[in-house]
Ligand binder design. Structure first.
Ligand code: KIV
Length: 253
């Protein structure tokens, strides 16, 4: 799709029913995100999410979908070494039906990414705002605003591609930086709060449905508003991503 210039529509998903509806709405990639810690479990961060939680929700999504690519988050502290990472990724794939695993972090995880990719496990990297590092980052803030941190994120993208990552999620970075990274790597870049120039977009399901707890993130949109049902809302999101009308300037940094 990237090579053909078709935008990739990705949505988070945590259960079988929504997986089936998203698939019917034409969504390309289902991300079983550790955001489930917040939207399903009611925590105020993703840190309490356990590997068993990810396996459970991934297996639910796997039972409800067949066409979409299933990408599953590796939870907090489940990939601190190559050996730990491969054992846990194997469980996400074997028990949870994951087809690709997503890891947060820059060059510090290059060896883990390399080890997984070398063993045939497709890896999605995640740069920019790293929710698992929220305390280290001092909050949920846009990353890469100054030259030094922008350069670091830019270099990390190249390093992780070289280590074997097959896809990259960029969260909450300035649109200009996301565009440069998308141009410079040869793997698909999926943005969330990263402007319109990525190869695709991802939204958290609950934001798309307009049932965000607390303040709705600037980069999200309620696609259900004014539409007849959940599948219609998802179809509207899919069309907006494919046609490049979402995200607009009002959703970008
Ligand atoms: O956990 C998640 O839902 C994510 C997306 C915000 C990209 O990682």
């Amino acid at each position: 799709m990237m090579q053909e210039g078709e935008k990739i529509a990705c949505l988070t998903c945590y259960d079988a029913t929504f997986a089936g509806v998203a698939e019917a709405a034409g969504i390309d990639v289902l991300l079983v995100g550790d955001s489930l810690g917040m939207v399903m479990q009611g925590h105020d961060s993703t840190l309490p999410v356990l590997l068993g939680d990810m396996i459970y929700h991934s297996a639910c999504v796997a039972r409800g979908s067949s066409r979409c690519l299933r990408v599953v988050d590796m939870p907090f502290m489940s990939y601190t070494t190559p050996a730990q990472g491969i054992g846990n990724a194997a469980r996400l794939m074997g028990e949870g039906g994951a087809q690709m695993v997503k890891l947060e972090g820059g060059r510090v995880i290059r060896e883990v990414v390399h080890h997984l990719a070398d063993h045939g496990i497709p890896v999605c990297a995640h740069l920019g705002l790293l929710p698992q590092s929220v305390h280290g980052l001092g909050g949920y803030r846009v990353q890469g605003r100054d030259q030094r941190s922008a350069d670091r994120i830019f270099e990390d993208a190249r390093i992780l591609e070289e280590a074997g990552a097959g896809m990259l999620v960029l969260e909450c970075v300035p649109a200009e930086l996301a565009g440069r990274i998308t141009d410079s790597v040869s793997i698909p870049v999926i943005g969330i709060g990263a402007g319109p120039d990525c190869d695709g977009q991802v939204l958290v399901l609950h934001d798309l449905l307009g049932v965000t707890r607390g303040r709705r993130p600037k980069f999200s949109q309620d696609f259900l508003a004014g539409r007849g049902g959940i599948q219609a809302g998802m179809e509207a999101y899919q069309r907006a991503v494919k046609s490049g009308t979402f995200p607009g300037p009002e959703h970008s940094f």
